[in-house]
Write a protein that binds this ligand. Sequence first.
Ligand SMILES: Cc1ncc(COP(=O)(O)O)c(C=O)c1O
Length: 384
Amino acid sequence: MMNDASGKLSTSAKAAPVPAIPMFEIATQYQGLRWEIQNAVKEVLDSTEYIGGATVKRFEEHLGRVAQAQAVAVSSGTDAILAALMALGIGPGDKVITTPFTFFATAGCISRAGATPVFVDIDPSTFLIQTAAVAAAITSGVKAVIPVHLFGQMCEMDALAEVCGKKSVMIIEDAAQCIGAKDSKGRIPAECSRAACLSFYPTKNLGAAGDAGAVLTRDSALAQRLLQTRQHGETSRYHHGFVGGNFRLDAIQCAVLDVKLNYLEKWNTRRRSIAGYYSQRFAGTDVIAPAQIPNTHHVYHQYVVRIPRRDAVRDYLQQNGVGSAIYYPKPLHLQECFASLGYHAGAFVNAERACGEVLALPVFPELTDAQIARVADVLLSFYK
Ligand SMILES: Cc1ncc(COP(=O)(O)O)c(C=O)c1O
């Protein structure tokens, strides 16, 4: 695995020498489930039912039971957001509020739907969108808010739903990084919103063998609309009631995900315990552990610290065989493609500052206790 230019892990083979403790690796997990996954994939191959059909339905039902919502499997997390926006009728002339401190897809999809992203700042300790800033940004033309449950921690959904409900603004959750999480009141994705969008990119807490995603909703009319949206807006065979896309998820990916979903809770538990270990080691040091909202069920898709001299630390970790990554090095309001929106440096100080200070450490569930001890030892030795 390696980081591409956006800071996102890519599965490309050509990489710098793999450090002794990589930021992420999937081989160990795959080896443990190899026969189960290969059998499931073989069944699909033998069935020749590659698009739609029983395997897709089985995975959607399984995911729906786990997530307590209706699940519509789609081709990626990005397409989940785009399909949700399209299915909810958000388009030209509409504004959608979101955070500038997220993966590009969140805002990219707003633009692709023809709407305009409106950025608001994050909380400096949790990195999550500020509810008060959302409230202040709701002006005419704002149709929706996309909160991002960044790094595996959910935004406080009741507070956000109250703010949005009063102004008839829809909530679409970017839950790409938080499958299995709960907020401090036990709210889960899709409980307080129109829809929640999941990503099953291979490095996610639940990762496919390629690109994959899903939209969760508790609204059965919207679920029906999403099924049509992922199939070119087809309302009956060769009749298109509206324009959608090809956002279908292959049966082979559904077969892989159906197997792996059985292990999600165990993997999330291990991620939480690794995070707990790190936070205990970093208490009272120069390394600022990620803030966890009290009583929240954080699933640590990423364990992201803030540190002085971040880039020097990262080099030092690399030299000592410890992988790390920067999520995210550049806020979205300062991306070239959004220049026409007219934001400038200084617009969102918390997000901009986070971009210069954050460092993600390895937190994937297959890490051994010895490896996580070494990550903490090496990091803390920088400051000695
Ligand atoms: C916050 C966030 N939103 C959206 C996405 C897009 O998901 P995908 O890569 O599956 O298209 C990702 C995943 O990279 C993400 O982390």
